[in-house]
Design a protein. Structure first.
Length: 316
């Protein structure tokens, strides 16, 4: 069983708008509403991989009710703490003619201390039988930046494997709590290391920096694949993995699917190289569909053979 935790859950609306132009009036050719937030996207991907998963976190107001209803309609087991303030709605505009998307995200709810404490207690209960707990996404208002770090340390003491995919100070502080894996995208990793990542040497430096902060394993995801630092048999190995070329429909949530497939491959006992190859293929497969966390598992097998995997030497 894998537990995914989303504190800043959302109702995600994706609109397909060909030839989208700023400042113009458009009519969408298609629309899709799903429960969203990184942890929920990962739960959706795990469900498609037929892995037992429970999605938890915070959900408030009528939007929170819609989020829970959407998860239930997808047959994704969920156990959210209901809060007083309204959960956010996020909108993505996908332009298939330009292979582009535009995101507009609301701030999200304010969380009271007693509501957060209920979530902590729920995590104690749910994690007791979990193979891994995945903390993903931004933190809503009222939650301190060290929340992820605190709960990761607590779960580590109890022998529970932890994974973190966040941004900003919550990511930096959480990395210092020594999770099993951190999986930021390029922009999020740049914030942690304090510089732009432009070439291979920069990415190697960033991998090593995040490992030195405390992460046992590191992914830095890109639209084209990822860089990774992975530990296997007491060895530290660094990779660049590039996905085969595909015609993307939407890249929203591709990193979430990549992370989900990697976690499953690790639990299945696959080698780090095979796990990374499957993960990057899954991320590429997810770009062929609209809706974060959605993909056809058959596409993963088809694309995996085309993943370019290169082992990199550490920075001298």
């Amino acid at each position: 069983m894998i537990i995914t935790v989303t504190l800043n859950a959302a109702l995600d609306r994706t609109l397909t708008v060909p030839n989208f132009q700023r400042g113009q009036r458009h009519r969408a050719s298609g629309g899709l509403s799903l429960a969203g937030g990184k942890g929920i996207n990962i739960a959706r991907a795990l469900k498609r991989l037929e892995v037992p998963v429970i999605a938890t976190g915070l959900a408030g107001g009528r939007t929170g009710t819609r989020i829970v209803e959407e998860l239930t309609a997808e047959a994704i087991l969920n156990d959210f703490v209901r809060i007083a303030d309204e959960s956010r709605t996020s909108t993505a505009v996908v332009d298939p003619t330009a292979n582009s998307y535009t995101e507009i995200n609301e701030w999200g709810p304010y969380v009271e201390p007693d509501e957060l404490e209920i979530l902590r207690e729920k995590l104690h209960y749910l994690s007791s039988g979990a193979d891994a707990v995945v903390f993903s996404g931004s933190l809503p208002r009222g939650v301190e930046d060290d929340f992820y770090a605190d709960v990761i340390r607590d779960l580590n003491r109890r022998g529970v494997q932890t994974v973190l995919d966040s941004e900003g100070e919550p990511l930096r502080l959480g990395t210092g709590a020594e999770p099993f894996l951190v999986s930021p995208n390029q922009r999020e990793a740049e914030h942690v290391v304090g510089q732009e990542l432009e070439d291979e040497e920069d990415f190697l430096m960033a991998l090593d920096t995040m490992a030195e902060l405390g992460a046992r394993n590191v992914h830095i995801t890109l639209e084209s694949g990822c860089y990774a630092l992975l530990r296997e048999d007491r060895q530290v190995r660094r990779y660049k993995a590039l996905a085969p070329s595909v015609e993307p429909v939407s890249v929203v949530g591709a990193g979430d699917v990549l992370l989900a497939r990697f976690i499953v491959a690790q639990l299945e006992g696959k080698s780090t190289e095979e796990a990374l190859r499957l993960a990057v293929a899954a991320g590429a497969a997810s770009t062929l569909e609209v809706g974060a966390g959605r993909f056809d598992p058959r596409d993963v097998g088809r694309l995996a053979g085309g993943v370019e995997l290169v082992e990199l030497a550490p920075v001298g």
